[in-house]
Design a protein around this ligand. Structure first.
Ligand SMILES: O=C(O)/C=C/C(=O)/C=C/C=C(\O)C(=O)O
Length: 289
């Protein structure tokens, strides 16, 4: 009888763990998919209603099929994880939460895939815990700081922050249509799922606004310290990214000693979703060589 491997679903992989790490004492939600000798942890972006599953649902199965354990952490302040107000570095807060999660799961060393804020957080974790990082994949993020070429905040970030303040389907559609290069791929189902995620946790929305008021620069510029990171790094960007501009990816390439950059043309801020098949092949090849 052939074993039928069921595709992982959000519900079937949903787990909770309480972490005590640094100043954090909170419950995290995460999705735990597949099994294997190597673990890949995926870190989502900062948009309202974002979650590990919402950001990476097109990227899980190929990694599971290749024999990786895949963990999607929901950062404090998102999805089903506990609420929090961040008065300092959100990148370092998420990195602290990630350390707490890895310790709770007894995972010593993992590969990290970070999207936008997830990339910033992955770099913060690598700076604080260099021995615990295998390889890094940074998409549309990895360091904060101002772009020397693009007016800041970018049009996408302005729409994102506006959506936190006025969470409506119209404002969500305005943000998502800037999010990707080809908005024809955005479905009513996707919009509704994001809207449900958003409106299901008003505390997260309110706390993000309070965090911005306390510290408008939630994501520090790590450029001066990138030379400390020896982990092999694949940087991935969309040439049409209107949230975190491509020149941030060039700054990462210039600063990270062991990095390569892949730019997708006709691609916005969600390379892992907009070009999922090619992105997945790129990541699998990078992780295995
Ligand atoms: O402001 C920054 O540097 C980072 C912005 C983000 O992390 C935005 C990401 C948004 C998503 O991933 C989303 O799914 O809404």
């Amino acid at each position: 009888m052939t074993a039928t491997t069921q595709a992982p679903t959000e519900a079937s992989t949903s787990k909770f763990v309480r972490i005590h790490e640094g100043d954090l004492d909170l419950q995290l939600h995460y999705n735990d998919c597949g099994a294997g000798a190597e673990t890949v942890v995926m870190l989502h972006g900062s948009g309202p209603g974002a979650s590990g599953w919402a950001n990476f649902n097109r990227n899980i199965e190929p990694l599971v099929a290749a024999g990786y354990r895949v963990i999607l952490m929901d950062c404090p302040g998102w999805s089903k994880s506990d609420p929090i107000v961040c008065n300092g570095s959100r990148s370092d807060l998420n990195a602290t939460a990630l350390k707490g999660l890895l310790d709770a799961l007894d995972l010593d060393r993992v590969h990290l895939i970070g999207n936008s804020m997830g990339g910033h957080s992955a770099v913060a974790f690598a700076l604080a815990n260099p021995a615990r990082v295998g390889k890094l994949v940074l998409m549309g993020g990895g360091t904060g700081g101002a772009s020397p070429f693009t007016p800041m905040p970018t049009e996408g970030i302005k729409l994102l922050q506006g959506l936190y303040r006025e969470p409506s389907i119209d404002n969500l559609k305005k943000m998502m249509e800037v999010f990707v290069f080809d908005s024809s791929e955005l479905t009513e189902e996707l919009f509704q799922a994001r809207l449900d995620n958003m409106l299901g946790r008003r505390d997260h929305l309110d706390n993000f606004v309070k965090s911005l008021a306390a510290n408008p620069k939630q994501f520090p510029d790590f450029s001066p310290r990138l030379g400390e990171i020896s982990a092999p790094t694949l940087i991935v960007w969309g040439s049409n990214d209107r949230f975190v501009p491509l020149d941030s990816g060039l700054r990462l390439l210039a600063g990270l000693p062991n990095a390569e950059l892949h730019v997708f043309n006709r691609c916005g801020h969600w390379a892992q979703w907009e070009h999922a098949d090619k992105f997945n092949r790129l990541v699998l090849d990078f992780l295995s060589h």
